[in-house]
Write a protein that binds this ligand. Structure first.
Ligand code: PLP
Length: 423
């Protein structure tokens, strides 16, 4: 497949101009402000096709949701079929019962579920529930972990502490959070001793910052400490859920939280999130003691999509295929790094890995900063120009639709970018 040079993206340029007149920054999510300039016309499998006739092998997957590939037939058909009989009822329906049963069965340890629309909301529901159950307010969280864009969880490093990340965001909304480096059990123990902590929330695999795995024994120790100090352990599996395996990070690392949040890979690309947990905690929503609401929660579209996506994953688990693709891709990228004399560095797991430059020993957000992240950002721009859809954050996602053709295309295009001087 041949791509034109980016200079010929006339239709994208025209659409971008129009978008900027009616939409701040021309985008509807600030995450996309620094993204690619091409407008997408359609997507199928592991490929995106732009309005200018260019194609991209996709390793962004819409920031993660297209785990089954773009427009998976089974999910899209199930949603269309279901929606012919109504889209939202303001009442209960059988599809949501089926989807709830399937989520609990697939996660394994979960007894109850509440659906929402975004990962951000699921996190908020989890925090409220933990505070209600413990009668405490403070929450322990970790440097570099992302839990959504709302005032109480959006944070970035500034002046030696983790403060607000946006104008208009009140610093006081972050007051009830204690932020410590991840992967250090001593910091968790000390915080739990010093404060009355309602919940400990983390990405059990820190995908948002470097795709860093927990050190052996770390999650087990945090689990033990939470139990000892009566804090609710929340795994934010919005990215890792169903992606690392049917049981997500909890299954991969063999540690069970009290609550977990899911999104992204849950519904074949459709906007659905879920909060799951044991009945003892979750039933507080059911008595009305803890409020959790949402007009669009458990819509026909959402629940049909969840059932179809999880059924696909259960009937044809893609995890081995993904691992095979990833292994070859990572070896290929590393070989190209060596060939071109670049300190290219890849770390993570098959379904999500991080590409950067440097050779630091990375185990948390601080050590991640020792890598040359800006250099990768520049490379990413060139990769998009050469037909590989990634962002400058360095996280590559692999879907169930990535196979041999995509591997060849990715490596050929990566090499072409390096030959053109990128990196
Ligand atoms: N939690 C994690 C770990 C995430 O990565 C994200 C989004 O990337 C969220 C929560 C928020 O999810 P959403 O963007 O669907 O609101």
């Amino acid at each position: 497949m041949l791509n034109d040079s980016p200079g010929t993206c006339l239709r994208s340029a025209e659409l971008r101009q129009r978008a900027q007149l009616r939409t701040p920054g021309g985008v509807h999510s600030n995450v996309r402000l620094s993204g690619a300039q091409d407008f997408i016309q359609r997507a199928k499998g592991a490929w995106l096709y732009s309005v200018d006739g260019r194609d991209f092998v996709d390793y962004l997957l819409g920031q993660g949701p297209n785990f089954l590939g773009h427009a998976p037939e089974a999910v899209v058909n199930a949603v269309f079929e279901a929606c012919r009989n109504g889209v939202i009822f303001g009442g209960q329906h059988e599809l949501e019962v089926q989807a709830s049963e399937l989520v609990c069965r697939t996660v394994g340890w979960a007894e109850m579920v509440r659906f929402g629309v975004s990962g951000t909301e699921a996190v908020q529901a989890a925090l409220r529930l933990a505070r209600a159950a413990t009668g405490r307010t403070k929450v322990l969280r970790f440097e570099g972990h992302y839990h959504g864009w709302l005032d109480n969880v959006l944070t970035s490093p500034r002046d030696g502490h983790w403060g607000t990340a946006s104008a208009g965001q009140l610093e006081s909304h972050l007051d009830d959070f204690v932020v410590v480096p991840w992967n250090d059990p001593v910091q968790v123990a000390e915080t739990l001793e010093q404060h009355r902590i309602a919940a400990v929330i983390m990405e059990p695999l820190m995908i948002n910052a470097g795709v860093i795995e927990p050190k052996p024994g770390y999650l087990e120790e945090v689990r033990r400490l939470c139990t000892e100090f009566g804090a609710v352990l929340i795994f934010d599996e919005v990215i890792s859920g169903f992606r690392l395996g049917l049981g997500g990070a909890a299954e991969r690392y063999g540690v069970t939280p009290d609550l977990a949040t899911y999104g992204k890979a849950l519904a074949g690309g459709f906007p659905v999130s879920a909060l799951v947990g044991r009945s003892e905690l979750m039933s507080r929503f059911g008595t009305g003691e803890v409020n959790h609401s949402g007009t669009f929660n458990s819509s026909v579209m959402a629940t049909a999509a969840v059932t179809a996506a999880l059924t696909s994953l259960l009937e044809d688990p893609p995890y081995e295929r993904i691992a095979k693709h990833s292994r070859s891709l990572i070896v290929g990228l590393r070989d190209l790094g060596v060939e071109f004399g670049l300190p290219l560095r890849v770390q993570g797991v098959p379904a999500a890995f991080h590409v950067s430059f440097g050779d630091a020993d990375v185990s948390d957000y601080r050590s991640l900063q020792q890598l040359d992240l800006a250099r990768y950002e520049r490379l990413a721009k060139s990769l998009v120009e050469h037909g590989i859809w990634v962002t400058g954050r360095g996280v590559w996602y692999v879907s169930a639709s990535h196979g041999g053709d995509e591997l060849d295309a990715a490596l050929t295009r990566f090499e072409a970018a390096l030959r053109d001087g990128a990196g």
